[in-house]
Design a protein around this ligand. Structure first.
Ligand code: MG
Length: 336
């Protein structure tokens, strides 16, 4: 068996590779009883005294390096900051390892580094360590960036993705599919006509506001595999089902148009500045209001609720129901 593109595309195929070939072959996977690798959550925790360190790492292979709404620098910073954030931890610092192709433009490298810096400044995150390597022209596609993020949370306050409870309301912090569909339409050559932009942004501001309300039960960022993957993963890990209202899920008109044109389900493509969360029903409205105050949370919506069962159902505007499956793989490759 050989690695295919779908092994990196954030769906069932990738999940199987990670659990069978990677996680199964590693021995020590957690420290001090914290959340470890086998939880396959957005990050791991290391309890230390009254606090827990949250740590996560992410490799970025996005194609192209510059795209509408962002670039590999912004996504490398935001991607890692967001995985720390959705663990309920305040992101503090990231590291930055860059593997660059021989012949790469120094001007473009500087643009990428500055964009990374801007993104970190937004979340008050420092870049505290890094590494720079160069590979021969024909050995690497432009540039790969690997970032590791560190954050801190009070002991036992980390938020998992596996703790949804029946009755919880499900909130999404904004419109779905912007990143994947903007990248896809840009690659297909009609990016300028649609003025569609990636949503890539740090989500810590929204997370912090939501946590202050106190009702968040589980949280995840719907990156590769989109909303469909995130909600299915959260529900199956929590041993619950969910029902979503199609009409309540925020989606931009252009995203809808492009996804119909390309035959791609916008619920299955990556978002890079969104959160999906379960919230206690009596605090859902207040949490929604808090998130809406953030500049990235204006379109946040309550899109459904957690039910008992095994499936994520979606209720269409005409009253029918269908199962929202977890995608086999994100239909748009190399999105982050
Ligand atoms: Mg994540």
């Amino acid at each position: 068996m050989k690695i295919g593109m779908s092994h990196g595309a954030g769906g069932e195929v990738m999940g199987k590779l990670i659990s069978q070939t990677i996680v199964n072959n590693l021995s020590k996977k957690s420290v001090n009883g914290g959340i470890g690798l086998d939880a396959l959550d957005d990050g791991a925790t290391i309890p230390l005294g009254d606090s827990e360190i949250v740590i996560t790492t992410d490799g970025h292979t996005i194609n192209p390096l510059f795209f509408p709404g962002g670039d590999i620098g912004r996504i490398s910073a935001a991607g890692t900051i967001n995985d720390v954030s959705v663990m309920g931890a305040k992101p503090l610092a990231i590291t930055n390892a860059m593997i660059i192709k021989e012949g790469f433009s120094i001007e473009n490298l500087e643009k990428i580094v500055k964009s990374m810096d801007e993104t970190c400044k937004e979340a008050d995150v420092a870049i505290v360590a890094g590494d720079t390597k160069v590979m021969e022209q024909d050995k690497i596609d432009e540039m790969v960036i690997v970032t590791t993020g560190i954050g801190i949370v009070e002991g036992d306050k980390a938020i998992r993705d596996s703790t949804l409870e029946v009755g919880d309301k499900i909130i999404i912090s904004g419109s779905v599919g912007d990143h994947g569909m903007s990248l896809m339409s840009f690659r297909e050559g009609f990016g300028f006509e649609t003025d569609l932009k990636s949503d890539v942004a740090p989500v810590w501001g929204m997370v912090e506001k939501a946590l202050e309300v106190g009702g968040v039960t589980a949280m995840k960022d719907p990156t590769r595999g989109g909303l469909a993957n995130a909600i299915n993963e959260m529900a199956s890990k929590s041993n619950v089902g969910a029902i979503l209202q199609d009409a309540e899920i925020p989606i931009k008109q252009q995203v809808k148009a492009v996804s119909e044109m390309l035959g791609i389900d916008p619920y299955e493509v990556a978002n890079e500045g969104k959160i999906v969360m379960g919230v206690k029903p009596d605090l859902a409205e207040e949490t929604l209001k808090a998130i809406s105050k953030d500049k990235y949370g204006k379109d946040a919506a309550i899109i459904g609720e957690v039910i008992s069962g095994k499936h994520v159902l979606i209720e269409t505007s005409v009253g029918g129901q269908r199962i929202l499956e977890s995608p086999i793989a994100d239909p748009v490759p190399r999105v982050c």
